[in-house]
Design a protein around this ligand. Structure first.
Ligand code: AMP
Ligand code: GLY
Length: 424
């Protein structure tokens, strides 16, 4: 069978890499893909991004299953279009994707269904937003309602930062329509974890737990990014916490969507904040897998992922049991010069060590130009190491990182430090 993965990041490289391991899978197309998916002979890039053209392609090539990576095509209705045309696709419909594409929708939904989350209010009027912030004080969190490619959340530690964020979104329209409404919410302290499940409309199958590092610099300092590294499993998600998140957050979300007439299918990602007492609250929902969480998660998955996706589309996830590598997988993101602002493109990347049983490098912002691998985006590579402990997995990953170079590269040296018990 031939499969299709939509997207071009490290997440999509990891999904395609895993899907291609199934003996019955002949080829996995990646649209549009990157330099890494271009080099792998079991994968092939397709230069299409328009969702109707993707459906034409899937029909023409008799694609058995399509997996959609990023939120933008999901929010644009790629799943609706594929389904209308009788094509098998795994992901949420446009309506279901509102859990990610509108923070206001997600917050109001959580409130209606008593799903634990930070207290909030929504504003489109700047003066009212400023007054709310004055009343509540800092720290406080300002979030653009719509999709803003990771730039829509400001965790304001001072009132000044909060006012600036409101002006940036509501007065100066720096984020366009995405920032025309803002959610202002209570600051939550604690440790974050990514809780990702697959949903078939009815049944929920949890993937292995994971945690990412969102700040650019060591010790969780510097600006927020899409994610500078991740590992799986995340020890903060104990079996007790796992059960509680399923009971209090995930299952009520799937049931609540159904009750409101929106069947949820696809990956569902709850970003959690776990307080010092171990109580989880939902920071956000994503209607897709995380990037870079997918890279270590896929590196640990031993089951035939093409079958799991097939079962998910058929609505029989209750019959699936996933088999995980017991090792810890830890991924270090190597980012381009000037990420996360305007990353420089075109830097030549040195040779990348071949995949081994303990290490695999997924590409994101890479491209092949005149036969040479060069940078083409902010997050360039995600180097994953697998070993019996977090510390050993760090060693394996960083050994590989040290063998790769490109001008202006930036990476964190401490991915996994919380789990390894190291204090910075
Ligand atoms: P989001 O896209 O909503 O997950 O926000 C991005 C990041 O901002 C999160 O991963 C957190 O690190 C931080 N964040 C979001 N909401 C809050 C909150 N209410 N309190 C503290 N930090 C937050
Ligand atoms: N790594 C965070 C995200 O994918 O949203």
């Amino acid at each position: 069978m031939k499969l299709l993965v939509v997207g071009s990041g490290g997440r999509e490289h990891a999904l395609a890499w895993k899907l291609a391991q199934a003996p019955r899978v002949q080829l996995v197309y990646v649209a549009p893909g990157n330099g890494g998916t271009a080099q792998d002979e079991r994968l092939a890039n397709v230069d299409i991004t328009d969702i109707h053209e993707l459906a034409d392609f899937a029909e023409r090539e008799q694609i058995a299953l399509t997996v959609v990576g990023p939120e933008a095509p999901l929010a644009a209705g790629i799943v609706n279009v594929f389904r209308q045309r009788g094509l098998k696709v795994f992901g949420p419909t446009k309506e279901a994707a509102q859990l990610e594409s509108s923070k206001d929708f997600a917050k109001a939904f959580m409130k209606r269904h008593n799903i634990p989350t930070a207290a909030y209010e929504t504003f489109s009027d700047a003066a009212a937003a400023h007054a709310y912030v004055e009343k509540n004080g800092a720290p406080i969190v300002i979030k653009a309602d719509g999709l803003a490619a990771g730039k829509g959340v400001v965790v304001a530690m001072s009132l000044e930062e909060a006012h600036q964020a409101i002006d940036m979104m509501l007065a100066d329209n720096k984020l366009g329509d995405a920032g025309a409404r803002v959610v202002i919410e209570e600051f939550l302290a604690g440790e974050e974890a990514s809780f990702i499940v697959m949903v078939d409309g009815k049944h929920v199958l949890a993937l292995a737990s994971s945690q990412d590092h969102k700040r650019l610099q060591d010790g969780d300092q510097g600006p927020n990014t899409g994610g500078m590294g991740a590992y799986s499993p995340a020890p903060v998600v104990t079996p007790q916490l796992h059960a509680r998140v399923m009971r209090e957050i995930i299952l009520p979300t799937v049931a609540g969507m159904e009750k409101e007439g929106i069947r949820y299918t696809g990956f569902l990602y709850a970003g959690l904040m776990i307080d010092a007492q171990g109580n989880p609250k939902t920071l956000e929902f994503n209607c897709r897998m995380g990037d870079p969480e997918t890279q270590p998660i896929m590196a640990r998955l031993k089951s035939d992922f093409s079958k799991v996706v097939e079962q998910a589309i058929a609505g029989t996830l209750d019959q699936v049991e996933l088999d995980w590598d017991r090792r810890t997988a830890l991924g270090v993101v190597m980012a381009a010069y000037n990420y996360p602002d305007t990353p420089r493109k075109g830097d030549r990347i040195s040779d990348i060590p071949a995949e081994t049983e303990a290490s695999v490098t997924f590409h994101a912002g890479t491209q092949i130009v005149d036969g040479k691998l060069v940078t083409s985006g902010g997050r360039v590579l995600c180097v994953v190491g697998l070993a019996d402990s977090v510390r050993s997995a760090q060693n394996v990953a960083y050994e590989t990182v040290n063998r790769i170079s490109f001008d202006g590269m930036q990476y964190r040296h401490d991915i996994g430090y919380r789990a390894a018990g190291r204090k910075q």
